[in-house]
Design a protein around this ligand. Structure first.
Ligand SMILES: Cc1cc2nc3c(=O)[nH]c(=O)nc-3n(C[C@H](O)[C@H](O)[C@H](O)COP(=O)(O)OP(=O)(O)OC[C@H]3O[C@@H](n4cnc5c(N)ncnc54)[C@H](O)[C@@H]3O)c2cc1C
Length: 314
């Protein structure tokens, strides 16, 4: 028998949708996803300190926050399946969602599969991830380890310059590192970088290594024109080289933008297919925060509930 609602993803967006949908008695099934050998729970499972989620004045561990959201959804009857999905069929109703071992049918679906930060796979990056290396200045920039320290930012687009500018509030100096000799960012953003006395621009350079002991202590950069290796002491390194929305498994079943983010009919969470809704980072190249993902997760559950009722499926 088809489920009323299947939610794909168990980050803040999927779990908030599950809490709302379970409380509305939709008996949602959450396909948690573990990202091919990782773990369920999404991006917050990879961070220790969340200081900006409302309701936690002392801060909260990412995995602890996710575990609390999951328990809250379970309390109201949400069912969890710890698997990744490989494909969907949204052309026929009820919808079908599947992987090699399971097929689930559902009248309504919420996609909350998040986005993955692109990360340079160089020596030391994994070792010092969360110990100086990060991909989110808004999330981590204000942490004490970065205060009055030199911090590197890698990237050459608008978001790299935005992150570098933001980090100058905390850092003594920001090294803005780009592999070319000019930025891809808009002229206005470039001016912001050139005019900021706390930003030092390092053109023509690529990351060779992050080093340190307990925390990172510096980076080695290679000049792509001269091949010379230079050493920079710094306590932080932020990758601002883009994100990839986790929409590959949809294989064009829904309309996405040029970068693969699911298009929603704002201000709703409706997608190009009636009865399929989307929430969180998979729709959002702009904010990428736990609270904004949770907010759209709530909206998606309310949208799905209303759609199911309007179609006598609720
Ligand atoms: C290191 C780090 C630190 C951060 N710190 C903060 C912070 O301090 N404050 C803050 O507000 N934000 C922070 N963020 C950002 C925040 O984590 C994200 O904005 C938020 O997690 C997005 O939630 P989401 O539910 O949209 O997606 P995600 O959290 O990415 O969850 C996506 C879910 O979808 C699942 N999934 C993906 N593909 C499939 C598939 N094919 N089948 C089934 N399931 C699938 C995944 O397994 C996962 O469960 C941080 C991010 C990172 C990486």
């Amino acid at each position: 028998m088809a489920k009323k609602l299947v939610i794909v993803g168990s980050g803040p967006a999927g779990l908030t949708a599950a809490i709302y949908a379970a409380r509305a008695d939709l008996q949602p099934v959450v396909v948690e996803g573990f990202m091919k050998g990782g773990q369920p729970g999404g991006q917050l499972m990879t961070t220790t300190e969340v200081e900006n989620f409302p309701g936690f004045p002392e801060g909260v561990d990412g995995p602890d926050l996710i575990s609390r959201m999951r328990k809250q959804a379970e309390r109201f009857g949400a069912e969890f399946i710890m698997e990744d999905l490989d494909s969907v069929d949204f052309a026929n109703r009820p919808f079908t969602l599947s992987n090699s071992s399971r097929t689930i049918t559902a009248h309504a679906v919420i996609i909350a599969t998040g986005a993955s930060a692109q990360v340079l796979d160089m020596p030391g990056v994994k070792q010092f991830w969360g110990k100086g290396v990060s991909a989110c200045a808004t999330c981590d920039g204000a942490l004490p380890i970065f205060r009055n320290q030199v911090i590197g930012v890698i990237g050459g687009g608008d978001s790299a310059i935005e992150e570098a500018t933001f980090l100058t509030r905390f850092a003594s100096k920001v090294l803005l590192i780009h592999r070319r000799d000019e930025f891809r960012a808009s002229k206005a953003m470039q001016k912001r970088a050139f005019d900021n006395p706390k930003i030092e621009i390092v053109f023509d350079s690529v990351l060779e290594e992050v080093y340190g002991s307990q925390f990172m202590e510096g980076i080695k950069l290679k000049n792509v024109k001269t091949s010379q290796i230079s050493d920079y002491a710094c306590k932080g390194l932020f990758m601002a080289i883009g994100h990839t929305p986790n929409t590959g498994f949809l294989k064009n079943a829904l309309e996405v933008d040029a970068k693969g983010y699911i298009k929603v009919k704002s201000p709703s969470t409706a997608t190009s297919i009636e009865g399929v809704f989307a929430a969180g980072d998979v729709t959002d190249p702009h904010y990428r925060q736990a609270i904004s993902a949770a907010g759209t997760g709530c909206a998606a559950a309310l949208d799905a509930e209303r759609w199911l009722l309007a179609n006598d499926l609720g």
